[in-house]
Design a protein around this ligand. Structure first.
Ligand code: ADP
Ligand code: MG
Length: 327
């Protein structure tokens, strides 16, 4: 297949139409029409084979995840996703790979009504860069720098499953402290969290105008909350016993083995946010109404940095730091 055959394949297989796309794939650049009274929210994330996903990951999962992690960044801003660009670097023009990749990408795009409006196709080691665009009403983006001393810290969903899924995928012996009746099924649910993350778009919209700060958990809870603390010139304390845990993780891992995955594992794509105590009950109820569980895990205090506390209020030294490429 030529470069242009590949582009045509992607155009037809990821063909979600939106009325606000005046000109999509096929010209030098796309033309889109953002709604009046809104600001454009733009982000990009690269996935490198062997770094961001095991080389054995299926093409469909790679396609899904490459868009999902970008939509997660839009979710963390409280944005409504709309458009995406896809820069695909492939070792060779493998039709089967591109078809399966597009099917995963298109499934994620369809869930959130995102139109693929352009990209670039090159040869080289498997690398996927997606740029996602969305919008928020003017001045309503949820930023990292708004946390205030006294705010509560909450997180959506559960943490640690994706990091455990990576251990399962790498075939590493993991700490299974008892014989579960349905281990295969539990392992599958951990793998699904790793390979098919769900960006918390609806939760992000509910946070808009209510949460004081928000970040998506991609590098690990402590590392990501560290960015909120630094941007907000405050400190954050997390009570590790409150960190939400799935049934699968609780069944397959002992407490001491799962806590580091939950605090520092990353790839969760849940939203960690801060909210004033006076607004937290209403926000929790709003999130529950849209089917999004959330848990209060800590508080914003004076100082700098992030601390995780055990049940006695002592500092936990995390076994792992969050993901950092150049460390
Ligand atoms: P140019 O040479 O002007 O940069 P290209 O030949 O790279 O244009 O791309 C032709 C058209 O196909 C452009 O509209 C571009 O956005 C689109 N395109 C290229 N690669 C991809 C891709 N991987 N996914 C979506 N659109 C793509
Ligand atoms: Mg080009």
């Amino acid at each position: 297949m030529s470069e242009f055959d590949l582009i045509e394949l992607m155009r037809t297989r990821c063909a979600l139409q939106r009325a606000d796309v005046r000109l999509g794939i096929g010209d030098d650049a796309a033309v889109v029409v953002p709604p009046g009274g809104h600001e454009l929210i733009v982000c990009t994330d690269t996935l490198v084979s062997g770094i961001h996903f095991p080389a054995s990951t299926s093409a469909a999962d790679i396609g899904w995840k490459s868009l999902a992690v970008n939509l997660s960044d839009l979710a963390a801003m409280g944005a409504t996703p709309a458009w995406a660009l896809l820069a695909l670097t492939l070792p060779n023009a493998d039709r089967d790979f591109v078809e399966a990749f597009c099917d995963g990408f298109a499934a994620m795009a369809a869930q959130h009504h995102v139109s693929l409006i352009g990209g670039d196709t090159t040869r080289g080691p498997l690398t996927i860069t997606v740029t996602a665009l969305g919008f928020v009403p003017t001045d309503k983006a949820v930023r990292r720098d708004g946390a205030r001393i006294g705010d509560e810290v909450h997180v959506t969903g559960v943490l640690g499953d994706a990091a455990a899924g990576l251990q399962v995928m790498n075939g590493r012996p993991y700490a299974m402290d008892r014989e579960a009746p349905s281990v295969a099924e539990l392992r599958r649910s951990l793998l699904a969290k790793l390979n098919r993350p769900q960006p918390q778009i609806a939760a992000g919209l509910a946070l808009r105008g209510v949460a004081s700060a928000c970040i998506d958990v991609s590098d690990g809870l402590l590392a990501d909350l560290g960015h909120v603390a630094a941007a907000s010139a405050a400190a954050i304390e997390i009570e590790s016993r409150h960190v939400p845990t799935s049934a699968a993780l609780a069944t397959l891992y002992g407490t001491n083995d799962r806590i580091p995955l939950q605090l520092a594992g990353g790839d969760d794509y849940e939203l960690a946010f801060t909210v004033a105590p006076s607004r937290s009950a209403a926000l929790t109820a709003d999130l529950a109404r849209i089917g999004c569980g959330s848990t209060r895990i800590g508080r914003v205090v004076a100082g700098t940095g992030v601390r995780a506390l055990d049940s006695d209020g002592n500092d936990i030294a995390p076994k792992y730091q969050g993901w950092e490429h150049f460390s």
